[in-house]
Every structure is written in structure tokens, then in C-alpha cells.
Write a protein that binds this ligand. Structure first.
Ligand code: NAP
Length: 267
């Protein structure tokens, strides 16, 4: 059996990855900076990927990981880049070198970040681009799956904006959000296969204007708020208005819609 190590297994996409591996009887462990020991039938090994503490032991333990499904992330971009750099550095010590499967974001190579304004709004894409390039240059066998925004992220945005009396909406910008369970299925499929480089984008079934997504959220949350369109300045925003954050024509699309998600998860 393949020994799989999952990082970020308690996060939005990591949770369904872990649930599926457990329910499928796979041989796997989870690297966590907050958990240690067996919880709900899952073995957690404690390591901090920002500092690197415990990472070598986590990756080499139990005979060494053959595949790493990398879902760990931190909000600070520099620290997030360190997370992947530290993981690469310890994974390279293993023989054979493990297959690193990383979930990235659709648009990582298509959203230009050329100014402070771009970076303030869309620096996340630049950071993911840096991380992707570190993986490509790592010498490890690798696969990168670029996914669109997770439904749960849109709920977080809706909840934050719903606290305001008037909700600003980025005009001309669309999102094609996706179900984390479907992303998890695809990540596992890729992890069980050979290293594949950058695979086709993965997105939800429908692209919606941001206003429509927020209206759906507000309706489901029982809130009424006026939406005010705001046109974002900068090159990155222009690229996103042109669809740089949407899945490319050859993308693999999930089936679950935003409406179905909202109906099942009353926000
Ligand atoms: N959210 C989206 O809409 C979206 C869309 C496309 C791609 N992505 C990408 O998908 C990946 C996962 O995103 P997500 O939203 O699922 O993340 P998330 O919910 O924020 O979870 C990240 C996990 O990282 C782990 N972590 C945090 N600090 C750590 C540290 N110092 N050392 C080791 N692990 C640490 C945490 O697990 P422990 O507490 O157990 O350590 C946490 O559960 C990210 O790379 C993100 O860029 C996200």
C-alpha cells in the first residue's frame, strides 16, 4: 500500500481528503501543527512547517512518505511560502523521493502582480505562483492541481461583508467556486497516480458574477443588504475581470453547485 502523508488535514480541503482516505482504508498519516496521536481513527504527527520543527521526523516516520498531499497553508504569504519550502527540504532527504501533490489556485500564472495596488488585492496569486515554482524546481516528482475558490471561502467572505450595512461588490468579476469534497476526490486520484506536473484546472460547474454569489449567500443567511458595485483599479483586477481566475477551457469541472451547497449548509 502507498504510505501517504497529508499536510493541512484539518483545513477546508484537507478534512475531506482525510475523511476519504480513512473511509477508503488507505495507509496514511496527517502532519499537523496542532494535533498529535490518534483522533477519530486518524494518526496525527506534530510538526510546524513554518519553522520546520518536527517536519523531518513527520515526513520520514513510519518508513517514510511515498506520497505527500500538501494542503497546509497559512494566511501570511511569506510564511506560506516557507511552509512549502520547508516541506520540500525534508521531503528531498527521503529515498525514494516522495511524490508531492499540491493544491494551488486557478490563475496562479495568469494574474499579474505589478504594483502595490495589485499586491494588496491579489498578492495571493503571486504567492501561489512562487510556491508552484519552488515545487517545479524541487527535484521531487510533483503534481499541481489548481482549484478555484472553495464554497467555504465564499461563506467566510459573505459573513464578513454581511456585517456591513452596505456591501461592496467587485464589479465585472466572476468566480466559479467549487466543492472541497470534489477537490479532495481529484487530489486523491492524482496522489494514487504517477507524477503529472500541472494538470487541468479544477472548478465548480458555474461561473457567477460576485454580486450573484453574495445575493445567494445573503438570501440563505436571511439577510437583506444593498450591494454597491466597486470597480477595482490595477492590472491584476483587469486580468481577473477578463477571467484570469476562471478555469481554462480544458478544465475538469465539479458537479455540485453553489445553490446546492447553500441549501445543505445554512450559513
Ligand atoms: N480556500 C480556497 O478557496 C482555495 C482555493 C484554491 C486553492 N486553495 C489552496 O488550498 C490550500 C489549502 O487551503 P484551505 O483553505 O483548505 O486551508 P485552511 O483551511 O486554512 O487549512 C490550512 C491547514 O494548514 C495547517 N497549518 C497551518 N499552520 C501550519 C503550520 N505552521 N505547520 C503545519 N501545518 C499548518 C492547519 O492544520 P493544523 O492546525 O492541523 O496544523 C490548517 O488546517 C492552500 O494552499 C490554498 O492556497 C485554497
Amino acid at each position: 500500500m502507498t504510505q501517504i502523508l497529508v499536510t493541512g488535514g484539518t483545513g477546508r480541503v484537507g478534512r475531506p481528503v482525510v475523511a476519504r482516505l480513512r473511509d477508503g482504508g488507505r495507509d496514511f498519516r496527517v502532519l499537523s501543527h496542532t494535533r498529535q496521536g490518534t483522533i477519530d481513527g486518524v494518526e496525527y504527527v506534530k510538526a510546524d512547517l513554518v519553522t520546520g520543527e518536527g517536519a523531518s521526523e513527520a515526513v520520514s516516520g513510519a518508513g517514510g512518505a511515498r506520497v505527500i498531499i500538501h494542503c497546509a497553508a497559512v494566511p501570511n504569504f511569506r510564511k506560506d511560502q516557507a511552509v512549502t519550502a520547508n516541506l520540500i527540504s525534508v521531503a528531498r532527504e527521503l529515498d525514494p523521493k516522495p511524490h508531492l501533490v499540491k493544491v494551488s489556485v486557478v490563475g496562479a500564472e495568469r494574474v499579474p502582480v505589478a504594483s502595490k495596488v495589485d499586491r494588496a488585492m491579489f498578492g495571493y496569486f503571486e504567492s501561489m505562483r512562487i510556491t508552484e515554482r519552488a515545487i517545479q524546481a524541487s527535484g521531487l516528482p510533483w503534481t499541481i492541481l489548481r482549484a478555484t475558490q472553495f464554497f467555504e471561502l465564499l461563506v467566510i467572505i459573505g459573513r464578513a461583508l454581511g456585517k456591513l450595512p452596505v456591501v461592496p461588490v467587485w464589479s465585472g468579476i466572476r468566480f466559479q467556486p467549487v466543492d472541497t469534497g470534489e477537490v479532495a476526490d481529484r487530489l486523491i486520484e492524482l496522489a494514487l497516480g504517477p507524477p503529472a506536473g500541472i494538470v487541468p484546472d479544477f472548478g465548480g460547474p458555474v461561473a457567477y458574477p460576485m454580486a450573484e454569489l453574495l445575493r445567494g449567500y445573503m438570501r440563505a443567511a436571511g439577510k437583506r443588504r444593498p450591494l454597491v458595485p466597486v470597480r477595482l483599479p490595477g492590472k491584476a483586477a483587469r486580468a481577473v475581470r477578463a477571467g484570469a481566475n476562471l478555469p481554462a477551457a480544458d478544465a475538469t469541472l465539479g458537479r455540485r453547485s453553489w445553490e446546492e451547497f447553500l441549501a445543505e449548509h445554512k450559513p
